[in-house]
Structures are given as structure tokens and as C-alpha cells.
Ligand binder design. Sequence first.
Ligand SMILES: [Zn+2]
Length: 251
Amino acid sequence: MDEGRRINIPKIGAVKCKFHRLLEGTPKTLQIVLDVNEWYAVYTCEVPVQPLPETGSTVGVDVGTRYFAITSDGEFVHNPRHLGSALKKLRVQQRTVSRRKKGGNRRRKAVGQVAKTHRKIRRSRQDFHHKVAVKLVRENDLIAHEDLRVSNVVKSNLARSISDVGWSAFFDILRGKAESAGRVVVRVPPQYTSQRCHACGHTCRENRNNEVFKCVSCGHEDHADWNAAKNILGRAVPSGVNGSGVSHAVA
Ligand SMILES: [Zn+2]
């Protein structure tokens, strides 16, 4: 970090800045952002695509509420645990705000604390998203996930719709990283990915019982979300085996 440098902001002039990292590529836009009580200069730069070496691997990713994500390779990505404790802290701080007198100094301070905790949660969530995305992009040439722009209609339970916001943010990060690494991200239609048997293609509600998937037609058993992740990959890369993507799931 560079303490002494200044940046030139049009109409304002030279402003002393702490540089968090060096600029790469050609700066295209500059945004000045106030985040609670700190100002940030955010440069958007154009950088050339730096393709990563091909891996020969493809992956399907299912996002859930119990786990953050499950891949067709059978990797279960847990939700970050520290997020839970930060959320608890937030609830306590919010109660403090509501106890304090409106318009008072002490209430104003408590509101500031809430905003800071919000920022902390947002940042650690972003950091987590970046880490998960980097790993997926590094290890795979193609990443498939459900198109969440339509899935609200299909999987309309409350917990899921709340988390959808987080997933969209994650998929945006994933797409950005994939683009600059020359990888492919495919959005697939989300209909029935959790009800369809990955082994035989039989699709019905009875196949799924919470976390357990057991096909009523062929008897195939699987973790429900894992089965869904394999279906998601199958939709992006049809393999010819009933279009189920079997060969890719084990690649
Ligand atoms: Zn089956």
C-alpha cells in the first residue's frame, strides 16, 4: 500500500489516496464511492484476456440454502461460518438502535455501528464469492449454472428467493473471472433440475425427498443437490447418453 500518492479527480484536483493495489490495463472510468464513512476511488480498467491453460474439465454448479453450492464433481461448498456470527451481531446492534431515543446522539452512533457491520458482512461475502469463483475458473474450461433470472418462478420458497440476491452477485463475479481467463459460463434453464433422475432421465416430484434423491423409476440414489448439479452440467454439455451428461460428470 502506498500512502503518499495522489490521484487527480476532475473538478476537484489532486487528492491524497491510499492505493490498495496497482492499476492494470487501461483505466476507462473512475467512480468516487462513499461507503459508510470511507471514500473510495474505483477505477474500471480494460485488460487483455489472459487465457488460462485448458484443463479438459467441465462442471455443473447447483446453489442451495443448506450448502452455498454443490458441484457435479461432488464438491460441497459450505456457507461461510463467520457470516452467521456477523449476522447475530447485526441483530443485537439493530435492537440497540430501536431502544435509543429518536434524534439522539447515542442512536446516531448505534446506526453507524449497524452500517459498519453491514459493510463487513457485504465484504466478507464478496471475498468468499471471489474465492469460490477463482477455484471454479481455475479448474474448469466450462462452468454451467442455472439461469436464476427465471428460477424464481420454479423454486419459489422464501429462503431461496432471499439468497437469490447473493447468488446473482456470485454469478456476476464468476462470469467476470471466466471472461478474463477465457473460460465459458453457460446459464441453463432451471426447470426440474432437482426432480430429474440423472441416471435415467425420469422426472417426477416423488424422486426427491429433501436431501435424498431416489428415482422411483430406476432406483438410482444420490444426494439431491449433487444429482441436480449433474443435470445442470448435462444441460450445458449434452453427452448423448439420454442427454443426461453421464460421461461429463465423471470427467
Ligand atoms: Zn432414474
